[in-house]
Design a binder for this molecule. Structure first.
Ligand code: CO
Length: 135
């Protein structure tokens, strides 16, 4: 497994429109993607920064993973996502080294990318997402 890039840093927000307006005012940046990902219970926006993105996540409801995160922790850093070339190979490497996987198999995330999550209790209290982008 080789990590290609820091694909994105994800931040949980209560109000995506307000967060995007604030990012624009403070940092003069705009999103390039915005979409509802029903399977993850979020509406997300991707703001490009260099070769990476800031991903803003607004839950579709209180009873979603990000909704529960907001209840417990409030707004803030939710996960970091690394781009990989071969997500199956990355997952088997992680499994072999004893990682605590949330997703044993990749699923489809925003941008049509194949993604998988690694549990925050596995390493340094950080929820990690692997992303395999379509060529
Ligand atoms: Co993400």
């Amino acid at each position: 497994m080789r990590l290609l890039n820091l694909d994105h840093v994800a931040i949980a927000v209560r109000d995506l429109d307000a967060a995007l307006a604030a990012y624009k005012e403070r940092y003069l940046v705009d999103p390039v993607y915005r979409e509802v990902v029903e399977q993850q219970g979020v509406e997300e926006a991707m703001i490009p920064v260099g070769g990476s993105f800031v991903q803003l996540l607004q839950p579709l409801g209180a009873d979603t993973p990000v909704g529960k995160f907001l209840d417990r922790h409030g707004e803030g850093l939710h996960h970091v996502a690394y781009a990989v070339t071969d997500i199956e190979a990355a997952l088997s490497h992680l499994k072999e080294t004893g990682a605590r996987l949330i997703d044993e198999q990749p699923r489809v995330g925003g941008r049509g990318a194949r993604i998988a999550f690694v549990h925050p209790a596995d390493l340094a209290g950080t929820l990690v997402e692997l992303v395999e982008l379509r060529p």
